[in-house]
Design a protein around this ligand. Structure first.
Ligand code: B1M
Length: 209
């Protein structure tokens, strides 16, 4: 059986077959789920770092995320059995009127890879759908994506809906090509991330885990 470092390496290079095989071998051998999870997260962490540094690009991230997803599917029953939960739950979606989802999907994958539970509402999401999902899943974080200058105002509408629903201490992180830190500050978002890797850092910072 290969060690957990080999699992991290398999995720880093997006080798789905190796990643799922090594994950299964460790499950069968009784390796604690937490250790297997940590090895997977370390792989995605490295993918995020290299993506941010422009050493790899969207296709490589997608391939690594797919390897991570399949390994996680095998690991999930063991995580449940051992009572290991995501650090917190986030709801993510592309705001109302906007159909772009490639960037949003990348953020969702990176968040999952960082052990954040993700409820993905898809695209063209109305403000009240975000509110409902936060209530239903007890989410601590909402992620909003927008790719059009014309849909940026829907971020403000969504944040207003979340704040006025009295959901408690729910943080909002926004991103997307036309979005800036200045815009995030103006509409009262708790955080802004220019890319999917930074979105992990910002999510953990604003939720303070
Ligand atoms: Co659209 N489109 N599009 N499009 N499209 C853009 C955005 C555009 C810049 C193209 C252009 O004119 N040069 C332009 C917007 C102009 C503007 O508003 N300033 C545009 C337009 C005008 C339109 C239509 C209006 C075209 C039309 O019909 N006349 C139409 C709108 C439809 C709608 O949404 N209602 C439209 C439609 C489409 C397609 C459906 C054909 C397709 C989307 C397919 C899909 O997403 N499933 C599409 C695409 C593919 C693009 C471009 C070419 C690529 C977008 C993309 O996926 N980039 C885009 C031009 C461009 O960007 N070069 C364009 C790759 C992706 C990884 O990057 O999404 O920026 P991005 O995500 C990054 C960061 O922004 C960040 O992290 C990601 C990864 O690092 N990020 C977050 C994103 N969300 C985040 C959330 C976070 C944190 C970070 O926290 C929660």
């Amino acid at each position: 059986m290969q060690d957990l470092q080999a699992l991290t390496e398999a995720i880093k290079v997006g080798n789905r077959a190796d990643a799922t095989r090594i994950t299964q071998e460790h499950i069968d051998a009784g390796t604690p789920a937490r250790d297997i999870l940590d090895a997977l997260i370390a792989g995605m962490d490295d993918v995020g770092r290299r993506f941010k540094a422009n050493e790899i690009f969207v296709p490589e991230v997608l391939i690594a995320a797919r390897a991570m997803k399949e390994s996680m599917e095998r690991l999930e029953p063991l995580l449940v059995k051992e009572g290991i939960k995501p650090e917190f739950t986030a709801v993510i979606g592309t705001v109302q009127g906007d159909l772009h989802d490639i960037g949003k999907n990348l953020v969702a994958m990176m968040w999952r890879g960082a052990n954040i539970g993700v409820i993905d509402l898809g695209t063209n999401v109305q403000p009240d759908k975000f509110v409902q999902a936060v209530q239903e899943h007890g989410a601590k974080l909402v992620g909003l994506s927008a790719l059009l200058t014309t849909t940026m105002p829907a971020m403000q509408t969504t944040i207003d809906a979340i704040r006025s629903a009295g959901l408690g201490d729910v943080k909002v992180v926004i991103g997307g090509a036309p979005v800036t830190q200045d815009f995030a500050d103006r509409i009262g978002a708790d955080g802004y991330a220019p890319d999917a890797a930074t979105a992990v850092e910002v999510a953990k910072k604003v939720v303070a885990v």
